[in-house]
Ligand binder design. Sequence first.
Ligand code: ZN
Length: 507
Amino acid sequence: MTQQASLVALQERIAAVNDVLNAASVLTWDSRTMMPAGGAETRGHQIATLTRLARDLLLASETESALEEAERALEGLAEDSAERRMVQQTRHAVDHHKRVPASLIQERAALRTVAQAAWIEARSKSDFSIFSPYLAKTVALSRTYADCIGWSEHPYDAMVSIYEPGETAASLKSLFKELRAGLLPILDTARSRPQPRSDFLFRDYPEEGQRAFGLSLAEKLGYDLQRGRLDTTVHPFEVSFTRNDVRITTRYNQNYLPASMFGTAHEVGHGLYEQGVDPAYTRTTLATDLVGLYAVGGTSFGAHESQSRLWENHIVRSRTFWHRHFPELQKHFPDQLGDVSAEEFYLAVTRVEPGFIRVEADELTYDFHIMLRSDIECALMDGKLPVAELPEAWNAAIRRDLDLIVPNDAKGVLQDVHWSTGYIGSFPTYTIGNVMGAQVMETLRRQKPSLDAAIEAGQYSALAEELRSRIWRHGRRFMRDELLERETGRRLNPAPYLAYLRGKYAA
Ligand code: ZN
């Protein structure tokens, strides 16, 4: 077979996998935006069946022979060519899934159903002991899972590799050490300042006005509504069904304006990444997470988060942005914001206020919530922290980092859904996103001095173009650190992020 023919044969197999996973994503999107609550149980089965079908297609003998043929035929191509990467990544995923027995997947899925119910009850009663036995089982199954996938230094490495390939318990430990040391003095300075006025954020903001402004914001940032749409949900997310249909969602809080506004900017960042993937990669391995069995064009969870944080925090949560665009927001809400200046608005949406809840955290304290969770996951995986002692460890970390006393488990260890769904290992990707976003932005500003003038003028297409050509178009071709080395000259490094936060919150 020629190189071309062997690749086509493999791509046909992967295109089918991608189609099935996109269908599962449509069902997920529907379940989180439109579906009546009664559909939850059967919908869970439907999504599980499609995911299993995708795995079966990937592990079928026809895929294996197409893969072997392509491996032989493409051997001579450059190691980092898109074609070779498609083949290598498919091989990696096939090997991964072969190591995980179907019985373990079923066991994890069955546990997820009961664990989520227990978590909901535990949270409503603020009683960790109700959830604790299920979390203990989740940890035990995660260890079995990690052993199947394989690890050498730490079992957490295997779990993290699913979301953020290349990252390990050890690399995270050193990243967090540097971050903590850098963040604490910035937080001290920020906390020593008087709080700005923020009463106007809590006024009455009808949903129609919030939605209209959100849509204009999305378009301003370059999100293509011909290939996307904005819907309402409880826990906002972005999902793509190929680059030509990339959906975002938001949540409107009538008495707190920033929630939907910055939430929309965040999801737009995710959406831009997906809309910007090279069209040639559509329905290929380079737009499919074949290990996680999820149709996505971004190269890792952290890389994806870097783009959402970049647009949300570096662009929209900036003084420049509000000094330019605040009058537009005022037009939508003349009564609510008539007595507020652009500077007052900026100060209010960047105020630092340590709290208990991760999803409500400000930009400066957010990473403490993540580092705490990641440290706990790591200690759960190697058995250093028994599940029963989790609330104690949690509360001690919140006290140490944020100087707050956690009043109850609902506001502490029970606040996030992640562990009840069997997911261990995804938390670090949020902080990796913050670090990577700042690193990319620092390089762009240094290499393209004209960019700042464009941003100040309210023109965001130049920034989008840079990000498209440097990051988005590559889809999953390059690993995160490979991408960072190509574009910023070094691997993930927290220095630009700390410098950015220092300038914004401690200058
Ligand atoms: Zn995100």
